[in-house]
Ligand binder design. Sequence first.
Ligand code: ADP
Ligand code: MG
Ligand code: MG
Length: 899
Amino acid sequence: PKYVYRFSEGDKDQKDLLGGKGANLAEMTRLGLPVPPGFTITTDACRAYLKDGQAPDELAVEVTTALRQVEEELGRELGAAHDPLLVSVRSGAKFSMPGMMETVLNIGLNDASVVGLAEASGDPRFAWDSYRRLIQMFGKTVLDVDGEHFSRALEAKKAERGVALDYELDVDALTELVGEYKTIVFEHAGIDFPQDPRAQLDLATEAVFRSWNTERAHIYRRREKIPHDLGTAVNICTMVFGNMGETSGTGVCFTRDPSTGRSGVYGDYLVNAQGEDVVAGIRNTLSLADLERLDKNSYDDLRAAMRKLETHYRDLCDIEFTIERGKLWLLQTRVGKRTAAAAFRVATQLVDERLITMDEALTRVTGDQLNQLMFPQFDADHSARAHDLLTRAMPASPGAAVGYIAFNNAEAVARAEAGESVVLVRRETNPDDLPGMVAAVGVLTARGGKTSHAAVVARGMGKTCVVGADELDVDAEAGTLRVHGREDLVLTSADVIAIDGQTGEVFLGDVPVTDSPVMTYLRRGLAEALDTAGDVDTRELVTSVDRLMRHADKVRRLEVRANADTPDDARHAIHRGAEGVGLCRTEHMFLGERKQFVQNLILAASDEERESALDALLPLQKDDFVQMFETMNGKPMTVRLIDPPLHEFLPDLTELSVKIAVDRVSGGADPADEKLLAVVRRQHEANPMLGLRGVRLLLSMPGLIELQVRAIANAAVERLRAGGDPRPEIMIPLVGSVRELQIARERAEAVLREVSEQSGYTLDFPIGCMIELPRAAVSADTIAEEADFFSFGTNDLTQTTWGFSRDDVEGTFFKIYLDEGVFGVSPFETIDERGVGRMVEIGVERSRTTKPSLKLGVCGEHGGDPESIDFFHRVGLTYVSCSPFRVPVARLEAGRAAI
Ligand code: ADP
Ligand code: MG
Ligand code: MG
């Protein structure tokens, strides 16, 4: 292959081969912008070097040819004794990895050419300063000499000369320093600093290749999900000098403000400095307005270049530039990183400037960015300085929450009902903590990771959550919270804490929180958001979000529904744009005080006892449904019949045994308890996730389906009588065989028919099932015969396809699996396309052979995950259903998927 491309040969689409920096240098060259001549060594060469431990033979030859061309063009030679050409050797991978890899400037200087540079520039101080920089950088990055040695020598020299700043050292001092640096190199690297310019270039190139494999580069790539086998390109670029006196300088600029998205250029400039000085933040920088005053010509050239680049890339660009004695040079550009707010604003600004279409604008923003804009915020300065930081743990679900500490559910619920804000603080949470989590404004746990129960549930609810705060001792019994290393501090439920779900910080005391402007928009609409917006920036942001959301709604093909069990959830969902409820779980209709009736049902010895238990539940459930139908009036609502394992409605085995034992001692246990204990023992399951639940429970408990369907039907009739428009869809969970669905369906239809006849209303609600078992997916063609719709339950489908249960694995081997790359990301967060996703695909394909237009949805965690939504779009589902809080994200992502 060809290993070397001159800047004039490549273009911006060759990032795989030339790296991001190289591809964009080439593009700028093609655009006729002032880029110092140079060439790029490809990532192919890097991969070959890393594989064989040496560069391919052809590389040296191709480098010579390219270098000679540059030399001819400029009429100078690399490292010549007279007016030498100098170059930089710069890393540049496909994806930018800031600060991870190496760059060496001033290659070509040696004991002879430094004199030539001094003469040619007429500035000996500059020449010797450049030489000492080269030895320092080369020593560190190529020869692995500890940078400390150089900095120490530099500091000593400044002290000796009585100056404070690097650039105050004069030629003599710098000449001495060069000598000392060379000694350092010899002592620590065991070789002389190479005087041969070409040897410098080749050694630096190989050092850049090697920097791909440093440990920090590996860690960075793992975190950013960048593959390890890409390799880096190397750019050889003629040096231009920002450190040639007062008419020179170097800077970085953006074509728009990357932090607010404000239009108008933005940047930093340093007079008389070389590139790395800006980043190092050694001196205070000037603004571009200052540059305009200092050097109008260069400023005008820069503005023209920025405009050209933005027009060309049709996006916000960032640019590295250097001015050498009044002449502008561009050293780097790329489509710039930006905050979430800037992403939205810039996208619509570009539409208004007719640079991109609305479709393109939609591809420039993401659901994650929208999500970031939705969370409540701590007021601007909540840094550790301003407040008492207790600990920093793992941020699990973003947002900002402040409240009194609540150590248990009952406390959280009671205090929330009394109007207090509470943060639920637990060692860890489990499904029993749900009411407390719902009541609390935030959740803090001492144990568990990003996929622990607390984290997953909190994310689903859009509740701020910090987990794994292992410096905290939570004693729920005593009602105390202690912090390691702060012996004097004992917090109780009378104390207020603040948790930051973005940073994982936990503060003592109140930190002011506000609703984000985008949240106000989503909750209360554009007009109100604009009214309450404090400034122009906020108004523009809210308007951008509105325009992009409306466009997403226009182009998307996936419908977006919400998972909502209560009228409150349903209202939240509708306000955020949900078109229906894709999953209304009915478990909660059996909990609380109603548990007693369920226990009666389980214990029923006779038909009469059973009937009376069912009769007690019926009106209660009917009322639940009436409220839901009222809220969801005219919109579809998928009701899932009862799903969880039976034991969840029964007392805990140990607790009940203890109670009975205690009662016996103090005069005899309740016979009802004894009876219950026998049932609890009998129902105890080793593996409840795979036990008596879902359709299995429905088919084995007489009267259960009938109860639920009757409650739905009666509620629907009540709504119809009141002029409402209830649209329930009845969904059977955990079906594996068509026969299960058939039985459930017959029994449900019998009830619907009966209520229809009694009431005179036609109740022919769709009846469908969840597809959440591999058997259901692969036999979807058969099951489809009995179904009016399917909903893929990808949480359970992930568990059953992989054969592990979420609650059991996340604290154990998941971390190892993530580290070792078994998963790139938890399959509970983003659908595992190759495995679980394949199951979904098979289910879709097979079901459509039976019923081509069968309505297919998905419910569960994945319905609100951006990457998963894209997948669901591609496989052709009808809708996704996600938590109410994620609905806007899902709408946006469904729009993006359709483009
Ligand atoms: P990074 O990717 O870390 O920004 P660069 O390769 O862009 O590394 O270089 C580091 C610094 O050196 C930047 O400020 C860049 O502008 C400057 N630089 C690189 N090459 C040259 C050159 N040929 N002339 C002048 N400055 C350069
Ligand atoms: Mg750079
Ligand atoms: Mg399920």
